[in-house]
Each structure stands twice: as C-alpha cells, then as structure tokens.
Write a protein that binds this ligand. Structure first.
Ligand code: HAM
Length: 419
C-alpha cells in the first residue's frame, strides 16, 4: 500500500472499530458506576479562556510547557483543556449549583507531551468532582468509586497509592523544608531538577532521573509536616478505606503533577506497566481552587481516569474485551435487492444489528461478504424463497446448517436464535 499523504498528528490516533465500541462501553460502565453514587453528567467545552487553566499552577509542566494555546479570531486567549477539573470548577462558579454538587465527565484532553506508549497529546479521561463537603468520607467515596469502576472492568492488578499534602499552610511549610533540603545539595541533582528545585521543589519528588534518586530518598516526609487537623483528616480516610476493604499503600512522596492539591491525594497504578507510564488514574482534594477562580470558597475532591491507559491495562490483563462482530445478521438477496431492503429494515427495527450486500452480485460473492461481516447468521433470499414466501437462515459459525423460515416469522426466529 502506498504511504498516505496525511497522517494523524503526532501524539494522536484514530480509534477504529472494535476499539471505538469498547471505549463507548467503558464510558457506559463508568456512567453506571458513578450515577449509582449520585453523580450527574456535566459536559464542559473543550476550550476555555487560558486563565482558567493558569489556576492549575504556573510552575507545573502542564501549564508551562504543555498547553495548546492560541488567540482566536476575536483576539481572545484560548487554551484547549489539558484536564477537566479546572473547567468543572469554572462551571461551578458560573452556575452556582446547590451543594454538595457531584458531577461526572468524559472526553478528550490535550497536552503537548513527549508522545510515547501510553502518553498522548490527545487522550480521553473519565472523572468525577464533588464540591462542598470537607468530610473525609467524601474523599473515600471518590476513591471507592474509582476502585469499584476498575473492579467492574475486571481489572485485578491495580494498586492504590494515597498521601496527604496537608492544608495549604502545611504544604507551604513542607515546600520550604524541601527547598532547604534540595538547595543544600544542588550539585547532586540532575540539571532539570536543579531548576525545578527552586521553582517548585515538590515536583522534584516526581523525577524519574536516576541522579535524583538518593536525594529524593533522603528528603523530608510530608507526613511529618501535617497539622493535627490534616493528620486527623488523613487518619479518617485510612480508617474508612480499611472498612471498605480497599487495599492501599501510603506513598509520602506522591505529589502529582498539578498544583491545586491539598490534603488527600491518590493515584491508581497498574502493575502491568513500567513505572513511568503506570498511572491509570489519580486525583485528590483541591479546597482552594474555587476561591482562586473567583467563586465562593468551596472545597472539592475528585479524580480522573485515563481511558487509553486503562484499556491498555485491560488488554494486558485480558479483561473487558472488545466486541468481536459489528453485526449479528447479514442479508443476502439475489432477487434484485427489494427484499433485502425490507428485511434489513425490519430486523434493525427489532433491535438486531443487520447488514447486507450491495449491487446485484452472485450468491457466491454475497456469501463471501456475509462470512467477512462476522455475522452469526445469514438470511438468504433467492428465487425459490421468493416464490414460496420463505427465507433461508444459515448458521455462519456453528454447524447447525440451514433452515427454511416463513417470511412473517423471521425476526422472531432470529431474536430467539441470537439471544
Ligand atoms: P492527571 O494525573 O494529570 O490528573 O491525569 C489523570 C490520568 O489521566 C492519569 O493518571 C493518566 O491515566 C491519564 N493521562 C494524563 N496525561 C496523559 C497523557 N498525556 N496520555 C495518556 N493518558 C494521560 C488530572 O487530570 C486531574 N484533573 C485529576 C483530578 C480530578 N484531580 C482532582 N479531580
């Protein structure tokens, strides 16, 4: 095959069937799980005024290096959303729904990242955000909802990492302790981390560079900098997770890539991936974000799950498989096509997935098309069927052969056979 003239841009890809059907099914499972917990769907725009995302933190890579920003024809500074929490909180400030407000969302995000396996420039997320209560049990509801979703997909090799970043004052004290720790040993850090150590020392903890490993290991722990209030909140989270029998690992170095987090943060990793791209979801509390956006001060907690990576984990674990056929029935008509027109219409209206062949092709060519379609059954209409007011049903997969069925009972027979 000749090389195509155009390809999808780097870091993006087309999602063809059956993968597309699987994604839609994943969102369906997600909607069932989160709606059972009282979350309602919010569909925010895919782009916002750039300031909305600047609230994620000017020192984060997501904002500094990865945003798709442009000026629109009206001179507005716009950014494609790199994530949806900021949009949800902007929407909260705009509409002021009653509290608690529990919203779910699904859709693409855009980050100009170094494209590689499991890391894309356009990627889908599903997520929830809960605004209002500070109750630690809400943090646990959010975490448990993600956990139940992974269970519904059939994933078993998921690890939950949790941490607390403390309240905003604790966080500031910890950042200053980290800053001192790294500044005293700048020469031992990688070049990239040296810069990060002065702008955003927390992010150094996220470095995968081998040169940084020792200093990260000896860094002070966040958990030693928690106020009594934050430590109590974290304790309640741990106790409630234990009561729900959700296994977790405390990871005091878990800082996550966005700056809005305080108190509980968490991440889900899949044991089937290498460390760098193993996060299949993550989230936490962002109690100051609403206020930073000019909305009434309102605590919030939520998560987002990466759809692409979660499906890769499903592949590796052999669960939540893609459907194997696009249609159930294939109609073959060698009498001119009028019968195929009517029969496919009737089958489709009964809820069956039905396709047919096109043009006046021979029986042999149409049967080949029926086999290729992946349908379980073929409905055959030839001259003899036409004369006798019957149709021939042929089993395309098993060995039950074929049978003659009255035209008037074809739908009923197929529905019973394909159940
Ligand atoms: P995040 O950790 O940036 O958090 O992204 C959540 C998940 O999205 C990641 O764990 C990963 O599975 C997936 N993801 C992120 N970037 C990429 C990429 N370039 N390619 C493929 N998958 C990716 C957030 O986005 C927060 N808004 C989560 C949140 C919600 N926190 C509170 N509420």
């Amino acid at each position: 095959m000749a090389d195509p003239i155009y390809r999808a841009p780097k870091g993006t890809h087309d999602v063809l069937w059956p993968e597309s059907a699987r994604r839609r099914a994943l969102v369906g499972v997600f909607a069932d799980v989160v709606e059972a917990a009282g979350y309602t769907e919010l569909v925010p725009p895919m782009f916002e005024h750039v300031e909305v995302f600047r609230r994620l933190g000017d020192t984060t890579d997501v904002v500094r290096k990865e945003m798709y920003e442009f000026e629109d024809r009206g001179g507005r500074q716009i950014a494609l959303r790199p994530e949806q929490t900021a949009s949800i909180v902007r929407s909260f400030g705009e509409h002021r729904p009653a509290l608690p407000w529990k919203a779910w969302y699904a859709g693409p995000n855009f980050r100009y990242e170094r494209a590689q396996k499991g890391r894309f420039r356009q990627f889908d997320q599903v997520g929830i955000e809960a605004l209002g209560p500070e109750d630690a049990h809400l943090d646990v509801e959010v975490i448990a909802t993600a956990w139940r979703f992974y269970e519904c997909l059939g994933l078993q090799k998921v690890t939950l990492l949790v941490n607390s970043l403390g309240g905003s004052e604790d966080r500031a004290r910890y950042v200053s302790a980290l800053h001192d720790h790294f500044s005293a040993n700048l020469d031992s850090l990688s070049e990239d981390s040296r810069t990060t150590a002065s702008t955003n020392p927390l992010r150094v903890l996220d470095s995968n560079r081998p040169e940084d490993a020792d200093l990260i290991d000896s860094a002070p722990s966040m958990l030693d900098h928690l106020s009594d209030e934050a430590a109590g909140h974290f304790e309640q989270v741990k106790v409630a997770l234990t009561s729900l029998e959700i296994p977790f690992t405390i990871q005091p170095r878990l800082v996550r890539g966005l700056d809005y987090y305080v108190r509980t943060t968490f991440e889900f990793t899949s044991e089937v991936f290498e460390a760098a791209q193993n996060a299949i979801g993550g989230g936490g509390r962002y109690d100051g974000l609403a206020e930073a956006m000019g909305a009434p001060p309102t605590p919030g907690v939520g998560f987002a799950i990466g759809v692409d990576r979660t499906l890769m984990a499903c592949d590796a674990e052999g669960v939540f498989e893609a459907p194997d056929t696009p249609v159930d029935v294939f109609v073959v008509d060698t009498t001119g096509g009028e019968a195929a027109l009517l029969v496919t219409d009737e089958l489709r209206r009964s809820g069956l997935r039905a396709d047919r062949s096109w043009g006046e092709r021979s029986m042999k060519a149409q049967m080949r098309a029926a086999d290729r379609s992946g349908a379980a059954m073929a409905v055959i209409i030839g001259d003899s069927e036409r004369e006798s007011g019957t149709l021939t049903l042929r089993d395309l997969r098993g060995d039950t052969g074929q049978e003659s069925v009255a035209l008037s009972s074809i739908t009923e027979t197929l529905l019973a056979r394909l159940k």
